[in-house]
Design a binder for this molecule. Structure first.
Ligand code: F6P
Length: 340
């Protein structure tokens, strides 16, 4: 049963960190205090809930944090929370510390933990925090905007040296199961090829043919944005170099994409979502997740929200292909000659 009258709420960050999480924590703390609630910060995600690393939060505890990357509450991927015993201990500690409502800032794995806690009587609301943009019910997740801008700037730099040396570059961006960062960078950086976990057909010969054809037509570089979920960038580079005779280098951007000062969008959207999570808890709701859909911030049932369909947009993929100066692909898509 959801409790209507809350006195104390907790907030934690869980899973991979994302720029903008601090803005969300700050919003939860200050909105909660403004509504007369006691607010507790839980360190290291569910791990800190199970180990009782819990502290009272005051407004000044979140001063000077909105511009910082990472999460001041730290985070963890907690295996114990996937067990019934772990969930039971987490729920017991909520009760022991008077936490009646909990804001969980994280990805879908973190929300499954939240749902389990709700089944033990703790009111929970999720706030989507992941650079991967892979939460079904929302068109925005905290950190994606910053991560994609960070990756875009890095790829611009790789492209400079790639062009000078007339090389092919494979640049691997984060996203184990989701290709949103790769697709956005592919468009923003004008990549010749974009390899998405959702779409890639593993036809390397097609890429090799494209590189050779582009070189024949005088193109100095060839940028391939590869998603982490496909991986193997270094061995792919070796195979491409052997097949084309063109110097090929692999660059794995890695965790630098998760750090850095959040963009204005990540700060503002995270602030709105953090406040909304507190408001939703104060309305007596539980098992909700905050999303941004069709131009509005709204709350969804946590499990229904996660179960919604989310696909990479085929139209955006086709656009990326048509803008890539990748003549063969362009001909495939439009069945005609590419006129420069
Ligand atoms: O947080 C999402 C993410 O960055 C994914 O893009 C990536 O696959 C994963 O986390 C990496 O996780 P870890 O930080 O545990 O290496």
């Amino acid at each position: 049963m959801a409790k209507n009258q809350l006195n104390c709420i907790g907030v934690l960050t869980s899973g991979g960190d994302a720029p903008g999480m601090n803005a969300a924590i700050r919003a939860v703390v200050r909105r909660g205090l403004a509504k007369g609630l006691q607010v507790k910060g839980i360190m290291k995600g569910y791990e800190g809930l199970i180990d009782e690393q819990i502290k009272d939060m005051q407004a000044h505890d979140v001063s000077d944090t909105i511009q910082k990357g990472g999460t001041v509450l730290y985070t963890a991927r907690c295996k114990e929370m996937r067990t019934e015993e772990g969930v039971r201990r987490a729920a017991e500690n909520c009760l022991k510390h008077g936490i009646e409502g909990l804001v969980v800032i994280g990805g879908d794995g973190s929300f499954r933990g939240a749902e389990a806690l709700a089944n033990h009587g703790i009111n929970v609301v999720g706030v989507p925090g992941t650079i991967d943009l892979d939460i079904s019910c929302t068109e925005y997740t905290i950190g994606f905007d910053t991560a994609v801008n960070t990756a875009m700037e890095a790829i611009d730099k790789v492209r400079d040296t790639s062009t000078s040396h007339e090389r092919c570059s494979i640049i691997e961006v984060m996203g184990r199961n989701a290709g949103y960062i790769a697709l956005w960078c592919g468009i923003a950086n004008g990549a010749e090829d974009i390899l998405l976990p959702e779409k890639y057909d593993y036809d390397e010969q097609k890429i090799i043919d494209n590189i050779i054809e582009n070189r024949r037509r005088g193109k100095a570089h060839h940028i391939i944005v590869n998603a982490e979920g496909i991986g193997h960038s270094a061995s792919m580079a070796r195979r491409i170099e052997a097949a084309t005779g063109i110097d090929t280098r692999a660059t794995i951007l890695g965790h630098m994409q998760r750090g850095g000062s959040p963009t204005a969008k990540d700060r503002v959207y995270a602030s709105v979502m953090g406040c909304m999570a507190v408001d939703v808890l104060c309305e007596g709701k539980t098992k909700r997740v905050i999303g941004y859909k069709n131009g509005h911030f709204q709350d969804f049932d946590i499990m229904e929200g996660l179960a919604m369909e989310k696909h990479i947009d085929d139209y955006e993929v086709e656009i990326a292909s048509s803008l890539s100066h990748n003549y063969n692909k362009y001909d495939q898509v439009f069945g005609g000659e590419f006129a420069e």
